[in-house]
Design a protein around this ligand. Sequence first.
Ligand SMILES: [Fe+2]
Length: 394
Amino acid sequence: MTKAYYEFFCPVKVIAGHAALEHIPFELAALGAKRPMIITDKGVRSNGLLTPIEAAFEGTDVELSHIFDDVPPDSSLETVRAAAEAYRSNQCDAIIAIGGGSVIDTSKATNILVTEGGDDLLKYSGAHNLPRPLKPFFVIPTTSGTGSEVTMVAVVSDNQKNVKLAFASSYLMPHAAILDPRMTLTLPPHLTAMTGMDALTHAVEAYTCMAANPMSDAYATAAIKKISANLFNVIENLSDAEGRLELAQASTMAGVAFSNAMVGLVHSLGHALGAVAHLPHGLCMNLFLPYVLEYNKEVNGDKIADLLLPLVGPDIYSQTPANERADKTIATILAMRDRLYSLTKLPRTLSETGKVSKAQLDEVAEKALNDGSIIYNPKEATLKDLREILEKAW
Ligand SMILES: [Fe+2]
């Protein structure tokens, strides 16, 4: 049955392939941009990831006018202001973000300042507070996980006030996402595992939570199929360019799914644990995904059961009786985590992280209860429920 009403929106041009980077100058010129600035971090630069991009601009009419590589692991207001200043003093006219979540969020916020002028980001925070389209903005992800290249949100820390500023506007969406396997080939095994589980969680939550719709379902299930078919191949053969490109596309597809269908309780718990124990987001997703599915199963077991097909393929799916498919989906995810643990030591439980104490669990549960994503979870959770899930994940 079709939903009574829904909207689906993704205006980002996806440019994907083994030579996608070479198309960037042409695509920028088509938007009227001649002097793009790259925003990135020191790690991306020292890994040589900028080399093929710089080469792509040689002999073209588009000039790479500045490279800003000072983005820290957590984006901050100061960094955004410094990047905006560099953009202005080099007379740039477009932004290319090259990196993971922090670089992409920093770049989105920088685009607000360089379009609107001034250095007061605060007045644009919140939802739909941007008055007009922003400067040409391309994103080249160097991890396959966040999906930020196709979302309309950015989060920037105000370190002086110790708060996070969130921005949501369709104008924050990039003009193009460039997916080229050369950009993720150097991602080490545990980061490949962690970011892959973030992408998997985006797709699973988009499909199983309240705002799912037929369009987002299509992206979510396709993403899950690509992740289960390629994640282990890539971890066992890191230079598998074909598999890397599959994972990059899966991450973007999962991003399209969740930017339209939102996420649920795995993310609420993950945001809370990230804030309390400072653990990476993808790891938090890995810790909670099977236990939240187990919790939700009584209300949406049919949706969880659907996911067995993209996870394991038609043979095992058809051999599994219909009333056992939801459990088999959860068992498959548990087995994926075991295999990731044996290959990369990615922790499966809170205790395996060695970074969380039992005394912190109440605080995690309370923070999760107040997290925005919880409203999309198909089963309403009380503080006691959250505490029980955390106990199972211990
Ligand atoms: Fe996520």
